[in-house]
Structures are given as structure tokens and as C-alpha cells.
Write a protein that binds this ligand. Structure first.
Ligand SMILES: O=C(O)CCC(=O)C(=O)O
Ligand SMILES: [Fe+2]
Length: 303
């Protein structure tokens, strides 16, 4: 089922967004779920599946919506699930596990990360806790295997005019706007990348911005700040050629064009789900004083 959602989109881009509504009866099962599925269970994929399937036995229509969400993500769609009791972490984890096992982005990171604008936030490590606009990026772009699926569950998102809208950029729409030579150059592993500042002091990894998966689709790993830091690092294993750097600059200019971005305002009870290798995501600036709270988690897409 599709529900109206405030979307600003260049023509044609709504093709990449699937909006689904969860059964309202879900809400009646929060306290039961929270008793049978607790924080110590969350990291265990078998417990995640058991909790979800018991929930689906109780809530008519849930299994169907979750199956639709899972196939839409695999079918190259950004998905917005509406009507999620996002305050309940048990609900968020159980529902997310329909896409794949819920896993931390890196072994040393929490399974669920609460993002809230915080004036005391470490400006470097906690970009999600700042109010500044975030340009389109891949989460954890520098690690050998970035998280496969990103899920953002919205507990609050200010008021309709307080900013904090999500931007989505599909890699095929970017590649289409680039010269074929740039698409080739960006697939060469010549780009030092460093998650800053958490990995400061480490040697940057050599990454390619684009790659082709076995089925021929383009995948992306890109964060401007990570590439800037990697390229500038004295520890970089090599320096990219001028041609590689120029291709990267054209890529950056293209992903930032509003014409390539779908902008969507998500609010309480919405969960955005994207393939982190097919979509770049960002966020518009958050107005001072706007109350905002997101739960961020990741799932596997592939076995
Ligand atoms: O705040 C948001 O909407 C997204 C935050 C984000 O993408 C990040 O911190 O990497
Ligand atoms: Fe992000």
C-alpha cells in the first residue's frame, strides 16, 4: 500500500522509491515483544528471526509488507516503511531483520546507534549528531566490506520546516551523467580513503569509487571527507594520477547536483531502507532547536 509522503524529486526519480505502510495492529504488540525479545537477544540473527516470525503470527498482513520491502530493496528501490513504532528498539530490530541479519557496521560499533543533534557532539566522529547538511555519501566507505543495507528509523524529525530531510542519489543516475572514461577511471583502485578521524594514524585503504558486481551492476563507495583525508595522508600507499583526481571531482560535482537527488521528509514512524552500495544518502541542514532522533542500523543483503 502506498501513502502520500512529502517528496521533492526530479522527474522520474520517484521510480526508485517504494512506500509501504505497516499494519496499525503492530502497535498493540509492543509490550509483548519487548518482554520476549530484549537487548541481549538483539545481536543474534536466530533470535531476530524468531521474534519477527512470532510477531508476524500475531499481526495480520505484517509478513506480506515485510516481504514486499525485502524484495523492493533487492530490486533497486529505496524503501520507506511507514507506521513503525520506532521508539521501541525491539520493534525496530525485529522489523529490520526482514531485510537480512541485523549486524553492526564494524565489529567495534554498536548494533543500534541513536542519532540526535547534540551541541556537545564530537564534530569529527559523530556527523549524524551535528546539524550541518551532510553531502551524499556511503556509510563506512573506507572499510574492506562496507555495511550492505542502511536503515534509519525516525523517532522524531522536528517540524515540517525544520530541515533534516533525507537525500537519495542512485548510482546509475550519477553514472549516466558521467563520461564513460570517468566511469572506467573511478573503477580503478587508486583512491586512498580514510574514515576520519577514527582511523587517523592508520594507512588509508586503496579503494575504487565504483565497481561492477557479478551481475554487471555498478556499486559505489564514496565519502568526500574520507577520500580527501586519504589522498592527503602521508601514509597513503600511492597518489592518484591527475586523471583519477579529475574524474573524482566530476563525480563529486555530479552527485551534489539537486537534479540527481530525491529529497524526502521522513517523520515519526518512518524507516528508510537503502542498499548502501547502490544509493548515496545525505541530509539537509537541521534548524537550531529542532528535536530529532533517529535509530541507525545495518543489515546484510547477501547471505
Ligand atoms: O541524520 C541523518 O538523516 C543521516 C545521518 C547520516 O547519514 C550519517 O551520520 O552518516
Ligand atoms: Fe550516513
Amino acid at each position: 500500500m502506498s501513502t502520500a509522503l512529502p517528496i521533492h524529486t526530479p522527474s522520474g526519480m520517484t521510480d526508485r522509491l517504494t512506500v509501504l505502510t505497516l499494519p496499525p495492529q503492530l502497535r498493540a504488540h509492543i509490550s509483548w515483544l519487548e518482554q520476549s525479545f530484549t537487548a541481549t537477544d538483539y545481536p543474534d540473527p536466530a533470535r531476530q528471526n524468531a521474534a519477527r516470525s512470532e510477531l508476524a503470527d500475531r499481526v495480520e498482513g505484517l509478513a506480506t509488507v515485510l516481504a514486499q520491502a525485502s524484495s523492493a530493496v533487492r530490486d533497486d528501490q529505496a524503501v520507506v516503511l511507514r507506521g513503525l513504532p520506532a521508539k521501541s528498539t525491539a520493534m525496530v530490530v525485529a522489523v529490520a531483520s526482514a531485510i537480512g541479519p541485523v549486524v553492526p557496521s564494524r565489529p567495534d560499533r554498536p548494533l543500534i546507534d541513536d542519532l540526535k543533534p547534540n551541541p556537545a557532539a564530537d564534530e569529527q566522529t559523530r556527523t549524524g549528531d551535528l546539524r550541518v547538511a551532510l553531502t551524499p555519501h556511503t556509510d563506512n566507505s573506507s572499510v574492506p566490506a562496507p555495511p550492505e543495507v542502511l536503515l534509519l528509523a525516525f523517532v522524531h524529525n522536528g517540524t515540517p520546516d525544520s530541515g533534516g530531510e533525507s537525500t537519495l542519489t542512485h548510482i546509475d543516475d550519477v553514472a549516466e551523467a558521467l563520461d564513460a572514461t570517468d566511469v572506467e577511471l573511478l573503477q580503478e583502485p587508486r583512491y586512498p580513503s580514510l574514515n576520519v578521524p577514527t582511523d587517523t594514524g592508520l594507512a588509508p585503504t586503496l579503494t575504487s569509487v565504483l565497481a561492477r558486481s557479478a551481475d554487471g551492476r555498478l556499486t559505489v563507495r564514496y565519502r568526500d571527507a574520507a577520500l580527501d583525508a586519504g589522498i592527503a595522508s602521508d601514509l597513503a600507499p600511492e597518489t592518484p594520477s591527475a586523471a583519477h583526481v579529475n574524474a573524482l571531482h566530476r563525480f563529486t560535482a555530479t552527485v551534489r547536483e539537486p537534479a540527481r537527488q530525491t529529497r524526502v521528509r521522513l517523520d515519526t514512524g518512518d524507516m528508510l531502507i537503502i542498499d548502501n552500495a547502490r544509493f548515496l544518502h545525505g541530509r539537509t541542514e537541521i534548524e537550531a532547536n529542532a528535536v530529532r532522533h533517529l535509530k541507525r542500523l545495518y543489515t546484510r543483503l547477501n547471505p
